[in-house]
Design a protein around this ligand. Structure first.
Ligand code: 0X9
Ligand code: ZN
Length: 270
């Protein structure tokens, strides 16, 4: 199996980011955007310009740049390799809290800590002591804020449940772009069904999965980034968060199909 069909430790991913950006210095840039609670660096890769073999990718890269953050929760990710494979939260400790970790997808300043999040630091969906209390969340929010005028779309990759979600998740109210976002999400799930026979559901987060305030998708949307999505990748619960290695590749192909559909829609509407 290739490098991309295996799971990698955080240090391997750091090494890979360094190597790939050196190897393709003409197309790729590594941008330092801040540091984690445990002082690890946070990086975003920027991919520019074509010289691409894939026809659709070439068209997309002629019109758009892609920013990719391979790992946002660097501390938590490392902890899943050293100590607890199922760790979800950050690794921060606040004040006299009893427990470690804030749910980064409850820590953005969008309907922060309403119904669907918890003020209890020992819970998996702890929203943190205040919005953007997590340095990783602050770093992503700052980056989006700084680039909001030229960011056309935002996609955050999660697992699992096979869904394409869009705002809102902090309220059951429809967003003002609901109809268009539903059309785009349906284009994504249709394309995935055609290419991989896998069923993904689509809809606004609060109605489709559950109320979950403080998410990055809702925050990016309210910042003015209309095409804001959460992909919940494979599977639907058979393996859950422990997706077997042989399913990495087909899952990535689905994710990429979705990204392409969104990017094509964005290009048409620039
Ligand atoms: O609960 C979440 O944060 C996401 N599901 S997961 O199992 N990957 O944790 C759903 C996120 C949907 N979007 C927002 N809540 N904004
Ligand atoms: Zn998630």
């Amino acid at each position: 199996a290739s490098y991309y069909e295996q799971y990698h430790s955080l240090n391997e991913i750091y090494f890979w980011m360094e190597e790939i950006t050196k190897m393709h210095a003409d197309l790729l840039q590594k941008i330092y955007v801040g540091s984690s609670y445990e002082k690890r660096p946070l990086y975003i890769l920027k991919a520019t310009h074509y010289r691409e073999k894939d026809r659709v990718m070439k068209t997309l890269l002629q019109h758009l740049d892609f920013y990719v953050m391979p790992v946002m929760n660097v501390d938590g990710y490392d902890y899943t390799w050293t100590t607890n494979r199922m760790w979800r939260k950050s690794r921060s400790k606040h004040g006299d809290n009893k427990c470690i970790g804030t749910d980064m997808n409850r820590n953005f300043d969008a309907g922060w800590c309403g119904k669907g999040a918890s003020h209890n630091d020992c819970h998996e969906i702890y929203c943190g002591p205040y919005p953007e209390s997590e340095p990783e969340v602050k770093a992503v929010a700052n980056f989006l804020q700084k680039h909001k005028n030229h960011i056309k779309a935002y996609i955050t990759m999660h697992s699992y449940s096979q869904m394409v979600l869009f705002p809102y998740s902090y309220t059951k109210n429809k967003s003002k772009d609901h109809d268009e976002l539903l059309r785009v999400a349906n284009k994504v799930t249709d394309a995935i069904r055609t290419t991989s026979q896998k069923i993904y559901d689509s809809g606004p987060g609060a109605q489709t999965i559950y109320l979950a305030p403080g998410g990055s998708d809702d925050w990016a949307y309210d910042l003015g980034i209309k095409y804001s999505f959460t992909f919940e990748l494979r599977d639907k619960g058979t393996h859950g968060f422990l997706l077997p290695t042989n399913l990495i590749k087909p899952t990535c192909i689905e994710a990429l199909t979705g990204i392409k559909m969104i990017a094509l829609h964005v290009i048409k509407n620039i």
